[in-house]
Design a binder for this molecule. Structure first.
Ligand SMILES: C[S@@+](CC[C@H](N)C(=O)[O-])C[C@H]1O[C@@H](n2cnc3c(N)ncnc32)[C@H](O)[C@@H]1O
Length: 202
């Protein structure tokens, strides 16, 4: 009996030790992480896609982002815009992200690099924050989000503030500039807003 138990114990151990089991487990863990990042995060309002570096630089050039700016990066993801803005362009950055795993990655990246004091991380909902301190807002979101944010921007953004939106225009506003290669829209307040409906870009 004892001999049999020992035998079963050995075979169970050897299954766990097998390279196939380990490789399979790693593969499942990886697939789970990818599924979470891409799918489960829709529960928080959006999936994830990072902005390519080329379009980040193009956006900053278009908006003339520099060290005098307070840049609100809304839906900050894992920081494709946050870290270059603070570390290379010298802006003070407020990074707003709702999804916990991405917030953890942002915290880790902030802690392990320069310019910590210029980066504020907020795990919160971008629809509930006050945009009045922002001189620049960067957004790589989706059309419904831009439409929902528009009245808030109209109420809270100060004269001189700019909005840089990747891929999605703000319907009803007129862009001050558009970079077709990077697919980035630049809006200036108040010139881009308060249009007669007929003049508004649709
Ligand atoms: C398309 S990704 C863009 C990531 C980043 N801006 C970039 O360019 O690399 C959109 C991000 O918005 C975040 N998000 C979605 N709804 C949000 C909300 N209500 N408040 C804050 N962040 C939100 C998502 O979790 C996701 O990380």
């Amino acid at each position: 009996m004892l001999k049999r138990a020992a035998c079963v114990g050995t075979s169970v151990t050897s299954v766990f030790d097998s390279p196939y089991f380990i490789a399979g487990a790693l593969l499942w863990a990886f697939a789970g992480a990818v599924a979470y990042f891409w799918l489960v995060s829709f529960l928080f309002g959006a999936g994830y896609q990072g902005a390519p570096r080329k379009s980040v630089d193009a956006a900053f050039r278009l908006g003339q982002v520099d060290r005098t700016d307070t840049l609100y990066e809304i839906g900050a993801g894992v920081g494709a815009i946050v870290f270059p803005a603070a570390r290379e362009y010298g802006a003070r950055v407020v990074a707003v992200e709702i999804e916990p795993l991405r917030v953890m990655i942002l915290r880790l990246r902030r802690a392990t690099g320069p310019a910590k004091d210029r980066i504020e991380l907020r795990r919160t909902n971008m629809y509930g924050i006050d945009y009045r301190p922002a001189t620049v807002v960067t957004a790589f979101l989706w059309p419904g989000a831009m439409a929902r944010l528009r009245p808030k921007f109209e109420q809270e953004l100060q004269p001189g503030a700019r909005v840089l939106s990747r891929c999605h225009p703000i319907i009803g506003w007129r862009p001050a500039a558009y970079d077709p290669d990077a697919d980035v829209y630049l809006y200036r307040c108040p010139e881009s807003i308060h249009l007669p409906e007929s003049a508004a870009r649709s």
